[in-house]
Write a protein that binds this ligand. Structure first.
Ligand SMILES: [Zn+2]
Length: 121
C-alpha cells in the first residue's frame, strides 16, 4: 500500500509540473477564457495600421497557433482530470473497463484515462 501511495505522489508531482509548463506555453500566445474554465483563446492579431502583407503574416501565425492551442488545451484538461481523480482516490483505473491501468503506462503517460486495450478501440 505504501508503494502505491508513493507512486501516486510521484505521479501527482509530475502532473503538476506538466500543468505549469503547459499553462506557461499557453500564456505566451493565448489568454484564459474567463467564461469557460479550462478554455483558452489564442490572441487574434491586432492590426494597427500595418500594411496588408504584415497583416496576412499575422493571420497566418494565428492560424498556425490554433492547433497548438487545441492540443495543449486537451492535455491540460486530461491532466486536470487526472489530478481530480487522485483527489477522489480513483486514479489509475480505466474509465471504460474499470481495470487498473498498468503502472508502466502511467509512468509514460500519467494523464492516461484508459488502458491500452480501451484506448485502441
Ligand atoms: Zn480499459
Amino acid at each position: 500500500m505504501f508503494r502505491k501511495k508513493l507512486f501516486i505522489k510521484k505521479i501527482k508531482e509530475k502532473l503538476e509540473k506538466e500543468r505549469t509548463l503547459i499553462e506557461e506555453q499557453l500564456q505566451s500566445f493565448a489568454k484564459k477564457d474567463k467564461k469557460l474554465a479550462g478554455d483558452w483563446e489564442t490572441r487574434f492579431p491586432k492590426f494597427n495600421g500595418g500594411n496588408l502583407e504584415e497583416a496576412a503574416d499575422e493571420v497566418e501565425e494565428y492560424e498556425s497557433l490554433l492547433p497548438i492551442e487545441f492540443s495543449l488545451e486537451n492535455r491540460l484538461r486530461d491532466i486536470n482530470l487526472a489530478l481530480e481523480k487522485i483527489k477522489k482516490r480513483r486514479y489509475g483505473k480505466c474509465e471504460k473497463c474499470e481495470k487498473e491501468i498498468p503502472r508502466e503506462r502511467l509512468k509514460v503517460c500519467p494523464e492516461a484515462r484508459f488502458c491500452l486495450k480501451c484506448q485502441k478501440r
